[in-house]
Write a protein that binds this ligand. Structure first.
Ligand SMILES: Cc1cc2nc3c(=O)[nH]c(=O)nc-3n(C[C@H](O)[C@H](O)[C@H](O)COP(=O)(O)OP(=O)(O)OC[C@H]3O[C@@H](n4cnc5c(N)ncnc54)[C@H](O)[C@@H]3O)c2cc1C
Length: 424
């Protein structure tokens, strides 16, 4: 049976987020139209996936990926760096295959202006890059309005968020190692929505694991602005009670209000606590370049999109994918990866003046490690609902009640699989 390019893309979206199509030749997918240029800002889970799949599905398209960092560093598994069960090196990957194998043109630069009327972006070196369609995939930036004492220097050297994997992750690990015996780690969690809903609770497990083995009389105080654990509650509660009861003290509805950055004293809604190591995860919003592109139009924080194309509802020919999108979908690497595929397919169809997939379907699985080897997951399937124009939860998801070694293996396989899907 003959298969055309649109059918290929439709299958890619509806059947599997991580599918590969080794038998589909490039020639079969090459449309007959003048070369057009798609520019992507941000080479993380969303942007790098979009770049690869645009070139794979439409090899005559010119795809320019602009990323400020020289390497891809994975946030998934970065909490395990804190307990010493991963190194940052194991989570760091180059972009070489995107350029050498897929023909993506990669520019290492920061985009610091977007002209949506002239359809171009300006880079840190002053050069200008034109686009036919722009994909904005900048992830998140942090909001320090309520905690203005947390200057960039303080965050980078003393009170790391470690919510973008990199030097701050390493710094937090070193701080845990250097903490006095019987000391206190204080971690603060912002009001949702934020990147990776289960992430802070997984982090609590990894910090507690480290303390249990290296500093067993130490404590981890969690000041959560939310009224309760917001993801995989039964899993985390069970593990904290079983493994870390003497270490973790969880305080819901107790948002941080003030910090003395010299002494590390933290004032919260109900209390005041002296920290030896302080990890403040700040509130979040779409990355700054989304604001420069004029696509932030929800709560002054997030970007509303058409979920069939990921085109911004604010600016024509500009698409937004990944954590920057306003939605009830979890802000996960997995969701960023599948949104990128829906967006890539839609961009190709729109440039071809073809119809887009009317009801995209995709899944999300999010694993959390509860110690160095065991993990549990939450999974969900989402489908576009034409009535609400949103992604609706479908039957078929599930959640692990207790962590297992087998799920730890699956979690590791998931990570290796998605890194390959994005970058290899
Ligand atoms: C501790 C932790 C654990 C996590 N664990 C998981 C997990 O187990 N599973 C899961 O699915 N998700 C997990 N996540 C969430 C996941 O990391 C994010 O959802 C995902 O990275 C979002 O992808 P993105 O492409 O939107 O953003 P990012 O991956 O952050 O990519 C954005 C990119 O844009 C670049 N950029 C931004 N602005 C500019 C600019 N102006 N010019 C050039 N480049 C720019 C940045 O440098 C960055 O590389 C975790 C997150 C954290 C913090």
């Amino acid at each position: 049976m003959a298969i055309n390019r649109r059918q290929v893309m439709k299958r890619a979206i509806t059947v599997s987020a991580l599918a590969a199509f080794p038998n589909i030749s490039s020639a079969m997918m090459t449309p007959s139209r003048k070369p057009q240029r798609v520019v992507i800002i941000g080479g993380g889970f969303a942007g790098a996936t979009a770049a690869k799949y645009l070139r794979m599905w439409s090899p005559d398209l010119e795809v320019i990926l602009i990323e400020k960092k020289s390497a891809f560093v994975s946030c998934p598994q970065s909490n395990l760096v804190l307990s010493g069960h991963r190194t940052l090196q194991q989570l760091t990957f180059d972009y070489h295959t995107l350029t050498s194998h897929y023909g993506v043109k990669m520019i290492q630069a920061t985009v610091n202006a977007v002209d949506v009327d002239k359809k171009n972006v300006r880079l840190s070196d002053g050069s200008v890059v034109d686009y036919d369609r722009l994909i904005v995939a900048p992830g998140v930036d942090f909001i320090y309005d309520q905690l203005s004492m947390l200057t960039p220097e303080i965050v980078e050297t003393k009170i790391p968020h470690a919510w973008k994997a990199g030097p701050q992750t390493q710094l937090l690990h070193e701080q845990l190692k250097a903490m006095p015996k019987g000391g206190k780690v204080v971690m603060t969690i912002p009001q949702a929505p934020f990147r990776c809903p289960p992430g802070p609770y997984e982090r609590a497990c990894q910090i507690a694991l480290f303390l249990k083995h290296h500093n067993p009389t130490a404590k981890l105080i969690i000041l959560d602005a939310n009224g309760d654990i917001i993801s995989k509650k039964a899993l985390f509660k069970g593990v904290w009670d079983d493994l870390y009861a003497d270490i973790i003290e969880y305080q819901p509805s107790n948002a941080v209000e003030n910090i003395d950055v010299d002494s590390l004293r933290v004032e919260s809604v109900f209390d005041s606590v002296q920290a030896d190591v302080l990890n403040v995860i700040p509130p979040q919003r779409a990355g700054k370049v989304a604001e420069l592109a004029g696509v932030i139009n929800v709560d002054k924080r997030w970007c509303e999109v058409d979920f069939r194309t990921y085109e911004s509802t604010a600016v024509k020919d500009v698409h937004v994918i990944g954590d920057a999108v306003a939605s009830t979908l979890p802000k996960s690497g997995h969701i960023a990866n599948v949104q990128a595929k829906v967006c890539a397919a839609a961009v190709i169809a729109l440039l071809d003046e073809q119809d887009v997939e009317p009801e995209p379907v995709f899944g999300n699985t999010c694993y959390s490690f509860t110690d160095g080897e065991k993990a549990g997951h939450v999974a969900a399937v989402f489908r576009y609902d034409p009535k609400t124009e949103k992604m609706a939860v479908m039957p078929g998801g599930g959640i692990t009640p207790t962590p297992t070694l087998l799920e730890g293996e699956f979690a590791d396989a998931w990570a290796h699989n998605i890194w390959s899907d994005i970058l290899r």
